[in-house]
Design a binder for this molecule. Structure first.
Ligand SMILES: O=P(O)(O)OC[C@H]1O[C@H](OP(=O)(O)OP(=O)(O)O)[C@H](O)[C@@H]1O
Ligand SMILES: NC(=O)CC[C@H](N)C(=O)O
Ligand SMILES: [Mg+2]
Length: 495
């Protein structure tokens, strides 16, 4: 789940891009990059690491220009080792394009083959994003051949991208000496929004994965980009847009609301914070049905993402709410780290228990989700060694039982703790005295209650339904044997 940003400003853009990437850091911790546009040149710098480690003053100085793009990466194709797969990407023809992508294409292997055989384009990495850029570049070449590059050609190229590609993509691209284009796949699986800032020199624009990047940099949130829509910001700052998909069907990723997005973001008309409070409300009702409330002394969140849900659950049930785990603020998010060994080690480095909150008590721990069980297994253990009498567990999301193919790196069923286990068996596997999972219907209602316009969700990791229609057992098997093995080898190396 990468974070992407594009800035079309009236003064140097590098600092605003850097600042917004810091605000999107929770979406990708593996690599960061910025490409700015100055005169007819692009300047680019990308490397492994967190934003604050990647960019030194000298790198920032080498990024002049009033517009540019940035990305923080969480790999879902290729590997985290290759800096060539960090973003932005660049192609020199047609015109010169820099490009950032959040999401994951599901037909990128076929497209790569097609690009080479028919379109005569070579892809030099295993990144699906490089494939997506080359499809866009090829289609832009076709759409502008024999005519001058204009808005029509750009929008026609995006329409062709929608026809050829499958999967999830939120994209921002810069076309040299022409402008910035941003678009979202026809299902709007990954988020993208627009903000503006009035300055003495005119209006500046920012496009970003989450509204927190806009507001944190002083921009005002304008609107979400619609599924299938493309937006063009020309060199004078004029914005135009067009629906480029034939049949857009809004189907946002439910996991953005559960875990990925920051609580202070507004996404597709929904406050993430409010959605998580609602998740706590619904979960509370299920907890009340499944556990004996009189047995619970205290409710605790697992920092950070579960806090709003845990707090709301406790308040609805009239139970005490305490913080029993303290988070080391210098350790990043565990779930998006590459490799199981490093994820496992990080939970211990990241969270420690305050013994006095546990001693002799029956605690209900609340997390936003249980995926591989890395966090919950260790946290229950820590609670018990801190002196807890009984440890119950509640998850604000349903059991994760299916691989994700749209930008969350969980390629195999085998890695998911709920695979082949019912709720009681998962409870035993994580060492909990009782476990309550949210129902999918309630999870979706938590979000839909705040925006009834969302009629369906991309909830494949919970229900195995893949909205793009191209995912079958053979696809998942191939994904597991390629990416799953790769993930396993990362964990071995890191162990
Ligand atoms: O079952 P698992 O495979 O452990 O995955 C689920 C856990 O991972 C995430 O936390 P993370 O540490 O990534 O981030 P957070 O600080 O935002 O909660 C999520 O919030 C759960 O706690
Ligand atoms: N999580 C993402 O959005 C990843 C983007 C792209 N698929 C990559 O692997 O770099
Ligand atoms: Mg967590």
């Amino acid at each position: 789940m990468c974070g992407i940003v594009g800035v079309a400003a009236r003064s140097p853009a590098n600092q605003a891009i850097y600042d917004s990437l810091l605000l999107l850091q929770h979406r990708g911790q593996d690599a960061a990059g910025i490409a700015t546009s100055h005169d007819q040149f692009f300047n680019m710098y990308k490397a492994h690491g967190l934003v604050r480690d990647v960019f030194r003053t000298r790198n920032m100085r080498a990024l002049p220009g009033t517009s540019g793009l940035g990305q923080v990466r969480y790999p879902t194709a290729g590997s985290s080792d290759s800096v060539d797969e960090a973003q932005p990407f660049y192609v020199n023809a047609p015109f010169g394009i820099t490009f950032v992508h959040n999401g994951n294409l599901t037909n990128w292997r076929e497209l790569r083959e097609e690009l080479f055989r028919i379109d005569r384009r070579h892809i030099n990495t295993n990144s699906d994003s490089e494939v997506l850029l080359n499809v866009f570049a090829h289609e832009l070449q076709l759409a502008s051949s024999g005519v001058s590059l204009d808005e029509n050609a750009v929008f026609n190229a995006v329409s062709a991208v929608h026809r050829r590609t499958k999967g999830a993509y939120a994209v921002i691209a810069q076309i040299a000496s022409f402008g910035m284009v941003a678009f979202r796949d026809p299902y709007g699986i990954r988020p993208l929004c627009l903000g503006s800032l009035a300055t003495d020199n005119g209006v500046e624009w920012m496009v970003a994965s989450e509204s927190v990047a806009l507001t944190g940099c002083g921009y005002t949130f304008v609107r979400d980009i619609a599924p299938g829509e493309a937006l063009l910001i020309d060199l004078d700052g004029n914005v135009s847009s067009r629906q480029c998909a034939e049949n857009p069907i809004f189907t946002p990723c439910v996991f953005e609301y559960v875990y990925f997005a920051r609580p202070d973001s507004l996404m597709d008309g929904v406050s993430i914070y409010d959605a998580r409070l609602n998740m706590g409300e619904y979960l509370a009702d299920k907890v009340a049905k499944n556990l004996r409330l009189g047995e619970i002394d205290v409710v605790m969140p697992i920092p950070d993402s579960s806090r709003p849900s845990a707090m709301q659950l406790a308040s609805r049930l009239g139970l005490n709410y305490r913080e029993g785990f303290i988070k080391n603020r210098y350790v990043g998010r565990t779930f998006i780290m590459p490799g199981q060994a490093v994820r496992k080690k990080s939970v211990r480095q990241k969270l420690s228990a305050i013994d006095m909150e546990f001693r002799g008590k029956n605690v209900l721990l609340v997390d936003d989700s249980i995926v591989r069980g890395t966090t919950s297994q260790q946290i229950v253990e820590m609670a018990i060694s801190a002196g807890a009498n009984k440890v119950f567990f509640a998850s604000a999301a349903p059991p994760v039982r299916f691989p994700n193919v749209y930008g969350i790196d969980m390629p195999t069923q085998a890695e998911l703790i709920a695979t082949g286990r019912d709720t009681n068996e998962v409870a035993r596997a994580i060492g909990a005295a009782g476990l309550v999972y949210q129902d999918l219907e309630d999870l979706e209602s938590s979000i839909r209650d705040l925006n009834p316009g969302i009629t369906q969700f991309e909830s494949s990791c919970f229900n195995g339904r893949y909205v793009t229609g191209d995912i079958d057992a053979a696809y998942l098997e191939r994904l597991g044997s390629t990416r799953g093995n790769q993930a396993a080898s990362i964990s071995d190396d890191d162990a």
